[in-house]
Design a protein around this ligand. Structure first.
Ligand code: ZN
Length: 304
């Protein structure tokens, strides 16, 4: 298996602002957990008139901490990487206090909707951005310039934001230092995620600031390790099938030996995502009972 160069060292305290780079501040929300690490890192760009990236969960104390971090400054933009519950619900609270407009790719499931798939679970269904932005769009503030980089996979509406003044990329949950991303169908899509990793390899960002965990200062090494890791997972699935294991729930304990058992349901979602990719690439087919076309958690899988 590939060794991922995880980065987990992070000094911080909840509710206080950290000046982490010129023109970049961060406040971490007090929502630690198995999917959020220490919690949601909300970034503040610029001075005087600032952009806030991902106001975080529905947590009044966190929004107050963000506003306290501002020194009589105005929030002019709210940028949202994606619509998971630890990223976008805080928009409503922050908007109520600042009136700043939100910028995002679209509501939850927006990327899937374009493919004719309705996604209505697991996200912040109430979020509806004021401004829709797409890949390559530029958002300008008083002393900052952000390029929108569309990176579907973790969710179908995921954006990274490139701060041009710093060659810094705010990667949301697309690339994190402390853990791999959860890719959970139907909104999560492994093929899209792999394409979105490749997209980053072709860019020249010098540092990544993920929502969870510390910065990544060797971005390409990291992204390549994630690509290799997913290819390893695909090889493991094929090996499982060869050895006579045809169901996802039986593959998970074999594939995730070092993962605590309470994470198995999430791991199973990632295996399903990998399986969808293998089926699409005609390396695996849906076998067993049923019509052989509907693939899900309970389907039996065979080599194509
Ligand atoms: Zn997320």
């Amino acid at each position: 298996m590939v060794d991922i160069p995880y980065r987990r060292e992070l000094e911080f305290s909840y509710g206080t602002v950290a000046h982490i780079a010129p023109g970049i501040r961060r406040v971490i929300a007090n929502n630690p957990g198995p999917f959020t690490f220490h919690g949601t890192g909300t970034y503040i760009l610029g001075t005087g008139q600032v952009a806030v990236i991902d106001p975080g969960p529905d947590d009044e104390a966190h929004i107050d901490a963000i506003l306290n971090a501002l020194d009589g400054e105005e929030v002019s933009h709210i940028l949202v990487t994606h619509t998971h519950m630890d990223h976008s619900p805080g928009c409503r609270l922050l908007q109520a206090k600042t009136g700043a407009p939100t910028y995002a790719y679209g509501p939850h499931g927006a990327g899937k909707m374009e493919q004719g798939v309705q996604v209505e679970e697991g996200g912040d269904m109430d979020f509806d951005p004021d401004h829709l932005v797409k890949h390559g769009d530029i958002i300008r503030g008083k002393d900052w310039t952000v390029e929108c980089v569309y990176t579907p996979g973790h969710t179908s509406n995921h954006l990274c934001f490139a701060l041009q003044e710093q060659k810094a990329l705010f990667t949301g949950d697309h690339v994190m230092g402390w853990s791999t991303s959860i890719i959970s169908p139907p909104d999560g899509d492994m093929a899209a995620y792999m394409d979105s990793l490749q997209l980053l390899l072709d860019r020249d960002d010098e540092v990544y600031w993920p929502t969870h965990g510390p910065s990544i200062i060797d971005p390409k090494t990291h992204v390549q390790a994630y690509i290799d890791h997913r290819l390893d997972r695909e090889r493991q699935i094929i090996e499982c099938i060869k050895q006579g294991t045809h169901h996802i729930r039986e593959m998970v304990p074999l594939m995730y030996k070092d993962t605590p058992e309470f994470m198995y349901p999430a791991a199973a979602r990632s295996v399903l995502a990998a399986m969808e990719n293998l089926v699409r690439n005609q390396q695996v087919r849906v076998g067993g009972e049923g019509d052989g076309t509907s693939m899900g958690m309970d389907s039996a899988y065979d080599l194509a």
